[in-house]
Design a protein around this ligand. Structure first.
Ligand code: PXP
Length: 240
């Protein structure tokens, strides 16, 4: 039997709510524990250069409290690499970052960002932190990631999520093709971005996708029904 797909909850938007008023609540650290108690297999947090949601304090405490897997998403900048080398999360996911974007808009451009990514992979390798690259679901991007020597990739699901009904199957095929390529190259393949309760099952069903990173939809539902229920509902939606 194939391994059950894992759910990693991205808790950034708990911090977004806190930062909206500059309060100390809601605390993303508490949220992480509640997600784990509800069955999440991992916690993901994006420390942005502008600290618009998660802040250094959150990551430092999460490093001590997370009992599952702590995945730090970050840009491949010298500042963030130094922070991650000191923090030593279980995994670092390198993402492209633009100040003006509302959320991560696409996968890494491994042509343009290659040197920064290589530097980050090397530095994090020295402290035994595995690196994942957030990339578009293309065979070329997967091959380039494998060339860079990383053990993992996360495929950007945004094009699938935003596809018209006519394009949906084609986008799923792209995700499946990129996943197959990754598995063939021995990579651990995750996926995420924009996944929601109604659209997640098709991605969870792609053979070889072993982990989903989901944030906004879960935190948004949590406002209505509570975080425990929102995480359990998502576990149900991915067939767990
Ligand atoms: N994966 C990566 C690499 C991301 O940058 C994000 C958004 O921060 C997510 C997954 C989660 O996306 P969403 O909040 O839309 O579920």
């Amino acid at each position: 039997m194939s391994e059950a797909i894992k759910l990693h909850v991205n808790i950034d938007h708990v911090a977004t709510l806190r930062q909206a008023r500059g309060t100390t609540y809601p605390d993303p650290v508490w949220a992480a524990s509640l997600c784990e108690l509800a069955g999440a297999d991992g916690i993901t947090a994006h420390l942005r250069e502008d600290r618009r949601h998660m802040c250094d304090r959150d990551l430092r405490i999460l490093k001590q409290t997370v009992r599952t897997v702590l995945n730090l998403e970050m840009a491949a900048t010298p500042e963030m690499v130094a922070f991650a080398c000191e923090l030593k999360p279980d995994v670092v996911t390198l993402v492209p970052e633009k100040r003006e974007e509302r959320t991560t808009e696409g996968g890494l451009d491994l042509g343009r960002a290659r040197e920064d990514v290589e530097r980050a992979v090397l530095a994090l390798g020295k402290v035994n932190v595995p690196v994942s690259l957030f990339i578009d679901p293309s065979v070329l991007a997967v091959r380039t990631a494998a060339d860079l020597g990383v053990p993992r990739v996360e495929l950007h699901t945004g094009d699938y999520v935003e596809a018209t009904p006519e394009r949906r199957d084609a986008e799923l095929d792209r995700l499946a093709g990129a996943t197959g390529e990754g598995i063939g190259l021995g990579l651990h393949v995750a996926a995420g971005h924009g996944l929601d309760y109604p659209n997640v099952a098709a991605v969870a069903a792609i053979p070889g996708v072993t982990e989903l990173n989901i944030g906004h939809a879960i935190v948004a539902r949590a406002v209505m029904v509570g975080l425990d229920r929102a995480v359990r509902d998502m576990l149900g939606a991915i067939g767990r």
